[in-house]
Structure formats: structure tokens, C-alpha cells
Ligand binder design. Structure first.
Ligand SMILES: [Zn+2]
Ligand SMILES: [Zn+2]
Ligand SMILES: [Zn+2]
Length: 758
């Protein structure tokens, strides 16, 4: 019997061909296996009937750990007895199917780590040691099929030793495209801030020593550069903050090992599993009482983002130092994507760092580290990037159309929706300037090429002025396909539905800003959404004045002033806080005047209410990064209790936030800020949940979901969940996509597909 088999999923770049080769040999079969240009693997086998069947069973059961089989198409044919044995053939450029994809990058495996440390091993101390089970993938692939010549490894010719292992079916590196050693592979080098080589026998360990001494280094990794420094001293962190123009934004750190992490942070079993998983994401951990790293790493926050080393290079940085962890933050100039090129690094980071640690492999796709947070048993994605992208999200129901969605404006990603799979790009960032827009475009094109998808529809935000909206319009014109604009919070709600396979939902969506219908500023919404791609706004937070428009986003005192002035006289209080406004007394006068005139834009944003509370409580007066006042409020609330116990005031499905802020204001001098912070979060959670539950019951919908950036807030999420579940309804959150705007492209794609199928 002969069988022609086509396997889709993540089957290239995961050791699948060597696995097929071994399995065919074990079953005494002849034939061949080869990669194809559409990311499928094509197999031809011939032999006894029972052996062919055993092979097909083993194919699914014994597949390599990193492989994901989505589909196996098998055609049984007459045996012709034409093959001498079984072989791995040269890849074919055939492109026939869509939807297969190459895997994300994988952190160094145990076997490679052992060899890195073994003095007898040929790859002892080789910083880019990899095998079929580990190493970069997405970041080095330029084209399909996955062969070395289609990756940025093509510039490194294998030495005879590597070549032998590559060709040996019994070896772990059989057909491993990233195989390399210190003789033939990428090399590391140390350079000063002008990019001039600093001679060193051991540049990586030397870089570790320089970090420990307090220098700031730019270190090239798999998907881009990190800016790094020591963590136990304040001085280098202060310097890093000054040069990066980041006064408060938390820095992620890379710790030596898990034991070390446990000395400064609380680590649950689930968190430990994530930290040590082959993805090695940044995990947001609660600082422990014994936290001894510089307070300037994550100032004013109760948690800190930690990851473990994920390449040989990272391990070696720690070898000759005692420092428990290094700051490792993405090296990107303000509003630009992460830097990937050596010359570009010198140009853009030379004024920021003291030294560079380079390697000479090119980066095909830039990719930032992923960030996750654990809520009880659940993992929530803050940024889904390295180690996850471009692995597809599997939908419970297939979409009938192929959609390319370009996301919103902040924390953007793009998404290719194809049948029952959604391929979300790596983190792209804030698409406000040309450089990031170009990155979004190239990341989207790369995804389309990898998945062999031709979009039927282009989806984007409703905001007429977003750069992504303009790009989407151009793209749809170019391809001659329809454009579907999806309201921001509707996209959040649709994403929840698609992820959980729902036909209807009452979605609570809370974030900072989204362009609402009629151009209103939304951000504290309760929506009814359905599987026809329709939505209705059924409730929201009370619209509040943003005194000074965007300035109110930057300076939460303005937001507080606007809300409080509806219920009380604020002049005296505002004057006593004038030092927290950049132009002091003068600015107070302007604010009072603006309020008197009354023509102030309104917003129903939940983020802005949290900002206002944060300012009233003296927790945060300036928002230097997205979500800062709300995150610091959450940090305070983490140790607070419900002292006010007040029932939310809700009228006509509008949650009154004036009363909330006013009550907090009145108690600000008598109660602990942490308790009041807790109460404010509780009030918003219950108020919105009350509206959602009421509408769910009225409309006969049994699921209430929560999405948007505010869904990262543990206190608000817990409060909402409790209220919804006490009312015997299901409560859902995001599981595999970010609740924040990194998940918006996914929501746009499903909402657009549903609308097109109506
Ligand atoms: Zn390995
Ligand atoms: Zn070699
Ligand atoms: Zn949003």
C-alpha cells in the first residue's frame, strides 16, 4: 500500500521531517518526506498495510513536542514498489494550501544547556547553541519552506562537524537549520558606544562584568536589542531612566534563575511553570516583603516583571558576576519599534549606552518579549509576542472569510483570520509614526506570506484619523476588497465571543479611550454583541469632563477637578495642589476658567475615573506611561479593605461616577488611601457588573465578559466576577489574547468576518 500524506499546522522548523524519517524507518516503510512552500509537510510512504496504518497512528501520537498538527490529508494509492529506502528530499516550493505556519522562537532546551556547560563538548561556551527542539524560528525566517537558505542563518556555512550532525539521522541536530558552533556560527563582540570593537577574549562574560559595575549596555538577542544594567544599585537605573526619558515606567528584569527570583518576589507554582516554560515570557510577579532590588525598577508598583535567561548568551552574562538580575528592557527610541540592526543600534542608542554586545546574525522579524500575568489559575496576556507569535489561536467556529485586521493605535498588533485560525502578529506598539507603521505593514505582509492567505476583507478601527485606518483604506483599494471599520469596544467584545465560541455576550469593556459612535470618547462601556457582528451600547459610565482635552489624560488632577466641580467647590483644593501641575497657579486659573465656560469634551472612560481617584488620593499626579495612575492605584488597593461599602448609584444604566469621586474626596483626610483605592475599584466593578447583569437577564443572555486594559486590574476583575457569578451567570475573560489593545486586531477580524457573512 502507498499513502500520500499532507500535514498542516506547525510542522516545519520543529524537527518534523527527522521525526517522520525515524517513524518510517521503525515501521519498515519506503518513500520520502519534504517541506513545501505553503508550510505543509508532504509525505509519501509505501509498505505493508498494517505498517502504513501504524505510521499514521504514530504520526499524531509521537509527534515532536513543538509540533502542532492541525490537519492530516491522506490519499491511499496502489503500491508501486519504486523507492529504495526512505529519504528526506529537497524542499519543494509548491504553494497550494493556506493556514500552516512556522513556530515561534523557543528558549534554549535542557540538552543544549548541558552541552553549553560541558567542558568536553564541542559547543562548550557557544552562546547560540541550539537543536531541533530549541532556538530562534520566527525571528530568523525570511521565507518558506523552512530551509537554512530561507533564514538569516544562510550567511553561516556549516563546518564539517556541524554538517556531520546535521546529516546524521540519529543525532538531535539532524536537519536542524539553526545548527552552528563557535567555528562556523554567529559570533559575539563587544563594542564601545561609537561601535568600535573592544577587544576581549570572552566578550559575553565581560559584558556581564560591565553590567555589574554599573554600565548601561545594549545587548542584541533573538528579536532585537535590550538595554540592560544592574538591578541592586540605584545609580545605573537612574541613569538609564534619564537617558531613556522614562521617569516612572517599570523596567522588566532578567534574573539568574528561579531560586534567585524567589528571594525578591512571590512565585506561585503556576508562575514558576510559566517562568521556566520553553517560552520564557516576562511574568508580572508580586514583590515579596524581602524585595531587595532597586526601588527604581518598578517605582510605586506592587509587582515587577521578571523573566529567566532564554539563550546561551543570557546564561553566560551571569557567569562571572554576583548580580541577581539585570534590567532587560526593549531597546526602542520613544514611539519607535525595537532596534534590530547593529548600525542602527549605534546610531539610535549610542547616546544612551556605554557599550554594545553585538552578534553578527541578522534579525528577519523583530520581536519583543511577551508579558503575562497570573490571576489565580488563569493566565492573562499583557503582550503576546516572542514565544507565542505567530502560533494561531484556534476558534471554536470557523469564519467564512479571510480577513486582515490592522488593529487600533496603541499597543497594536495585526491579525490574519483564516477559517478556524487567527494568526496574530508579534507586538508592534504604538502606531503613531512612520517607522512603526512600516513595521505594522511588513509584519502583516510577512504573516500573509507565511499563511498563504489572500484577504477577502480588510478590517480596521472606526477612528477616521488613525494611521492604521488610512493604511487599511489604501490596502483595501489596492486589493479591491471591502473595508470594514469596527468600533473599538465592539472589537474587544467580539474578541471575547470568538475566544469562547459564544453567539451572544454582554461585554463590559473598560480602557482609556476608544472612538465611540458619533465620535464620542468611550472607555467604560457595557455592550450587547452577537455573532452577526452587531453590537448595541446598553450602558456605560457617566460621561465626565476632560478639562483641557488630552492634557487631562496626562495630568489626572485635571480629570479630578472636572468631576469634583460638579458636586463641590474645588478652588481651594486645586490651589493647594498647584505644585503638581506643570504651570502651577497659572494653570489652576486656566482650569477654573475652562470649567466655568463649560465647553469641555466628555469621556465615559473607566481609565480616566481611576486616574482621577489616583490624583485625589495623592497617589499619582502625572501619567508618564499608559495606565500609570491606575496601576499605582491598584498597587495601593492591593493592601486596602472595603471601608465605605457603598452601593453604586446607577440610573438608566449609567453608573454615576461623580458620587464616587466626591465621596473619596470627602474621606481623603480621614481614611487610608489604600482603603479608599480599594473602595473605588469595588464601586466601579459592581456598578458596571450591575448594569451588565440587568441587561443579560432582560435580554436572556447568560454570559457576561470583561475586556479592555482595565481587565488587567485584579481588584476590579475579582469584584466583577463575584457579582456576576452570584447572579448565576457565566463570567468570561480573555485566555489566549491580550485584554488590552493587543487583542483588538483579533476582535476586528472576527467582527468583520461575521458582518460579511450576514
Ligand atoms: Zn536544544
Ligand atoms: Zn560548526
Ligand atoms: Zn481598548
Amino acid at each position: 500500500m502507498r499513502a500520500e500524506i499532507k500535514v498542516s499546522g506547525i510542522v516545519q522548523a520543529v524537527g518534523f521531517r527527522p521525526f517522520v524519517y525515524r517513524t518510517a524507518m521503525e515501521n519498515g516503510l519506503t518513500g520520502y518526506v519534504r517541506n513545501r512552500g505553503d508550510a505543509f509537510v508532504e509525505i509519501m510512504i509505501e509498505g505493508k498495510d498494517e505498517n502504513v496504518k501504524a505510521f499514521l497512528r504514530d504520526l499524531r501520537r509521537k509527534k515532536p513536542p513543538l509540533a502542532r498538527i492541525h490537519d492530516v490529508k491522506t490519499k491511499f494509492l496502489e503500491g508501486k514498489n519504486e523507492f529504495d529506502g526512505f529519504s528526506i528530499l529537497k524542499s519543494s516550493a509548491n504553494v497550494e494550501f493556506s493556514g500552516s505556519v512556522i513556530p515561534p522562537d523557543v528558549s534554549i532546551c535542557e540538552a543544549c544547556l548541558r552541552e553549553l556547560r560541558n567542558q568536553e563538548d564541542k559547543r562548550h561556551d557557544y552562546f547560540f547553541i541550539t537543536c531541533t527542539d530549541c532556538g530562534p524560528r520566527y525571528t530568523i525566517i525570511e521565507d518558506l519552506p523552512y530551509d537554512r537558505s530561507n533564514t538569516t542563518m544562510k550567511q553561516f556555512r556549516m563546518c564539517p562537524f556541524c554538517q556531520r550532525e546535521y546529516a546524521d539521522p540519529a543525532n538531535r541536530r539532524f536537519h536542524a537549520q539553526t545548527v552552528a558552533c563557535s567555528v562556523c556560527g554567529p559570533k559575539a563582540s563587544l563594542a564601545d558606544r561609537e561601535g568600535r570593537v573592544v577587544t576581549s577574549k570572552d566578550p559575553i562574560r565581560e559584558a556581564g562584568r560591565l553590567l555589574e559595575e554599573g554600565n548601561v549596555l545594549a545587548i542584541k538577542g533573538y528579536g532585537g536589542f535590550h538595554v540592560a544594567t544592574a538591578t541592586t544599585k540605584d545609580e545605573p537605573v537612574v541613569r538609564l531612566r534619564a537617558v531613556k526619558h522614562r521617569s516612572q515606567k517599570p523596567f522588566a528584569i532578567m534574573a539568574r534563575d528561579l531560586e534567585t527570583v524567589k528571594r525578591f518576589a512571590q512565585v506561585s507554582r503556576k508562575e514558576a511553570a510559566l517562568l521556566t516554560s520553553y517560552v520564557k515570557p516576562i511574568v508580572l510577579l508580586k514583590k515579596s516583603s524581602g524585595y531587595y532590588l532597586s526601588d527604581l525598577i518598578a517605582p510605586g508598583l506592587h509587582n515587577v516583571g521578571v523573566m529567566l535567561p532564554y539563550t546561551g548568551l543570557h546564561y553566560m552574562l551571569f557567569d562571572s558576576v554576583r548580580e541577581p538580575a539585570f534590567v532587560m528592557t526593549s531597546a526602542n527610541p520613544p514611539n519607535e519599534p525595537i532596534v534590530t540592526d547593529n548600525d542602527e543600534a549605534v546610531r539610535k542608542l549610542g547616546s544612551v549606552v556605554d557599550y554594545f554586545l553585538f552578534h553578527d546574525r541578522l534579525i528577519a522579524q523583530r520581536c519583543d518579549d511577551s508579558i503575562v500575568r497570573v490571576h489565580g489559575k488563569d493566565v492573562s496576556f499583557i503582550r503576546r509576542s516572542r514565544g507565542y507569535a505567530p502560533e494561531p489561536i484556534r476558534l471554536k467556529k470557523a469564519a467564512g472569510k479571510c480577513v486582515l485586521a490592522l488593529g487600533g493605535e496603541l499597543n497594536s498588533t495585526s491579525c490574519v483570520l483564516l477559517e478556524d485560525k487567527a494568526f496574530i502578529s508579534q507586538h508592534v506598539g504604538d502606531v503613531e509614526n512612520l517607522e512603526t507603521l512600516r513595521f505594522l505593514k511588513s509584519a502583516s505582509e510577512h504573516l500573509l506570506r507565511l499563511t498563504n492567505c489572500k484577504p477577502d476583507v480588510i478590517a480596521c478601527d472606526l477612528h477616521p484619523k488613525f494611521t492604521t485606518t488610512r493604511l487599511a483604506k489604501d490596502w483595501s483599494d489596492e486589493l479591491g476588497v471591502p473595508l470594514v471599520q469596527v468600533q473599538h469596544h465592539h472589537a474587544h467584545g467580539a474578541a471575547l465571543m470568538a475566544e469562547h465560541g459564544l453567539d451572544e455576550i454582554i461585554a463590559i469593556v473598560c480602557d482609556g479611550y476608544g472612538y465611540g459612535l458619533n465620535g464620542e470618547a468611550w472607555g467604560g462601556e457595557v455592550l450587547y454583541c452577537n455573532g452577526q457582528g452587531e453590537f448595541r451600547r446598553v450602558g456605560h459610565l457617566e460621561p465626565q469632563p476632560m478639562v483641557g482635552g488630552d492634557l487631562a489624560t496626562r495630568y489626572p488632577l485635571r480629570m479630578a477637578a472636572g468631576i469634583l466641580s460638579k458636586a463641590t467647590s474645588i478652588e481651594e483644593w486645586l490651589r493647594s495642589n498647584s505644585i503638581h501641575l506643570p504651570r502651577g497657579e497659572q494653570e489652576v486659573d486656566v482650569i477654573l476658567q475652562q470649567l466655568k465656560k463649560g465647553s469641555v469634551p466628555l469621556t465615559s472612560s473607566c481609565g480616566r475615573v481611576l486616574d482621577a481617584v489616583s490624583a485625589v488620593l495623592g497617589i499619582c499626579y502625572e501619567r508618564t506611561y499608559e495606565g500609570e495612575p491606575a496601576m499605582k492605584l491598584e498597587a495601593a488597593a492591593a493592601i486596602g479593605k472595603n471601608v465605605l461599602k457603598h452601593q453604586p448609584t446607577v440610573k438608566g444604566n449609567v453608573v454615576n461616577t461623580t458620587k464616587l469621586v466626591h465621596r473619596i474626596f470627602k474621606r481623603r483626610n480621614t481614611d487610608a488611601a489604600s482603603d479608599l483605592a480599594f473602595c473605588a475599584q469595588q464601586y466601579l466593578a459592581e456598578g458596571l457588573a450591575q448594569v451588565a447583569v440587568g441587561e443579560a437577564k432582560r435580554l436572556g443572555v447568560d454570559v457576561v465578559g470583561f475586556s479592555g486594559g482595565v481587565a488587567y486590574n485584579e481588584g476590579i476583575t475579582c469584584g466583577m466576577r463575584r457579582f456576576v457569578e452570584e447572579n448565576k451567570l457565566h463570567f468570561v475573560m480573555h485566555k489566549s489574547i491580550p485584554a488590552g489593545d493587543g487583542g483588538v486586531s483579533f476582535g476586528q477580524s472576527v467582527a468583520a468576518a461575521w458582518q460579511m457573512m450576514r
